[in-house]
Design a protein around this ligand. Structure first.
Ligand code: GLU
Length: 429
């Protein structure tokens, strides 16, 4: 038998961009989006792939592939995070960039959409190697990013330290007299290096603000309500910690290291410390280990997916026994999963609304940098609350007006804003 025939077929990963396209087409049909504008928005403006070498600690040279997709900049500079993950590829980055365009449009912040990343497993590298990889990637991107053009931020497996390295590399390659006015080339920076108070918790805080709005609409009390969280990185752990003061009870959590359950409650603060020390939720002492399916079947009031795409699918959606899915992650539900959630009567606060707190506070950080200001935490939180609640109401009203699901309504709200801008401005030449 030929060797090739013996080789196990590698499972093809579902296209994340196909999900975006399906969601976009559904909304565009319902709202009767102008055909020309539909054509424009159905393709990203620019797609940049850079392959670059980095010298490892042992002297070996390794090659890396980095991506930046700039989907649209009709509303303002391209904006969106950078992720370091083995699943990063052009299809995923294209999808994530497109979601950023819709996210900024719904929140009425003056940004377009972009996303990028490096295909790599960051835990395999030393801190020195990570710094070199980040700096060389920034150098390779060159003027494809810039403070008034395309502004990266943290995403999966990237944090404020990585943003500080990007900032330093970008500034170091600028002419000396221009350096001081470029600090807003990235957001999500450490506070001392130009970051904003409240940015670290912003995405999780936005998730909780939208959940609070949902409870008001549904006459539902958060005190004693149970919730389960998938992904215990920045977004998941902050959402979990910020729900605790409401008296809600975290009963199960899952990440790449495993899943855990304690129906009496898991302390989100203690679990966060455990994750920081050990690298994941597995082996948390005050809970029992469970399998993925048991996690997905855990009865709770709220499920917060805060990990990667395509977690709620036609296979897993029927497992869910919750009232609300609040999407902290980008793209956790695929279109089949969506239809099943609808038929099961489970409410969804869609990603482009639910996790918009991160980019909203990024916008505040960018404004503070441009104006040489530093805002108090209360001011940041209040301003974000107003923006995300206004966006929530916009989506809720759109869902009513078109008698449609919330994801489609969120798309319609974003697309209507973009359609108006394109119609007002026209197309050059
Ligand atoms: N990566 C985050 C997101 O997906 C934040 C983006 C930003 O702050 O620019 O929304």
């Amino acid at each position: 038998m030929a060797v090739i025939a013996q080789k196990k077929k590698k499972a093809k990963r579902a296209s994340v961009y196909a999900n975006v396209t399906a969601q976009f087409n559904k909304a565009a049909d319902i709202m009767e989006l102008d055909a020309d504008i539909r054509r424009i928005l159905s393709k990203p403006n620019n797609e940049i792939i850079v392959n670059f070498p980095v010298k490892m600690d042992d002297g070996r040279i390794e090659m890396f592939s980095g991506y930046r997709v700039q989907h649209n900049n009709a509303l303002g500079p391209y904006k969106g995070g950078l992720r370091f993950h083995p699943a990063v590829d052009i299809d995923e980055v294209r999808a994530l960039a497109t979601w950023m365009t819709w996210k900024s449009a719904i929140a009425y912040i003056p940004y377009g959409g972009a996303k990028g990343g490096i295909q790599m497993e960051p835990s395999k590298y030393s801190s020195e190697e990570l710094e070199k990889i980040t700096r060389r990637f920034t150098f390779a991107l060159g003027n494809n990013i810039g403070p008034e053009y395309d502004i990266p931020a943290p995403d999966v497996n990237t944090n404020s330290q990585i943003m500080a390295w990007i900032l330093d590399t970008f500034l170091s390659t600028m002419p000396p007299h221009e350096r001081q006015r470029c600090i807003h080339v990235v957001t999500g920076k450490p506070i001392e290096s130009g970051g904003s108070l409240g940015r670290d918790k912003a995405t999780g805080q936005g998730v909780v603000f939208t959940i609070e709005e949902w409870t008001k609409d549904n006459n539902f009390g958060l005190k004693g309500a149970t919730y389960i969280v998938q992904g215990f990185g920045n977004v998941g752990s902050w959402a979990a910690r910020l729900l605790k003061p409401h008296g809600s009870i975290l009963t199960a959590a899952e990440d790449i290291t495993g899943a855990i359950l304690n129906s009496k409650g898991i302390d989100p603060e203690k679990l966060t410390e455990h994750v920081w020390e050990s690298g994941g939720v597995a082996n948390y002492p005050d809970a029992e280990p469970i399998c993925h399916e048991t996690f997905m079947r855990t009865k709770a009031d709220i499920f917060i997916p805060a990990a990667l795409e395509n977690q709620i699918t036609k296979e897993t959606a029927p497992f869910l026994d919750v009232r609300l899915v609040a999407e902290g992650a980008n793209g956790p539900t695929d279109p089949n999963g969506d239809s099943i959630l609808q038929s099961m009567g489970i409410d969804v606060i869609p990603d482009i609304l639910c996790n918009a707190g991160g980019v909203i506070v990024s916008y505040f950080e960018w404004l503070q940098n441009k104006r040489s200001e530093f805002w108090e935490l209360e001011e940041v939180d209040n301003k974000m609350y107003k923006k995300i609640v206004t966006a929530y109401k916009r989506v809720r009203d759109t869902a009513k007006k078109y008698n449609t699901d919330w994801r489609t309504a969120a798309y319609i709200a974003a697309l209507s804003h973009l359609e108006t801008v394109y119609k007002e401005r026209g197309i050059f030449p």
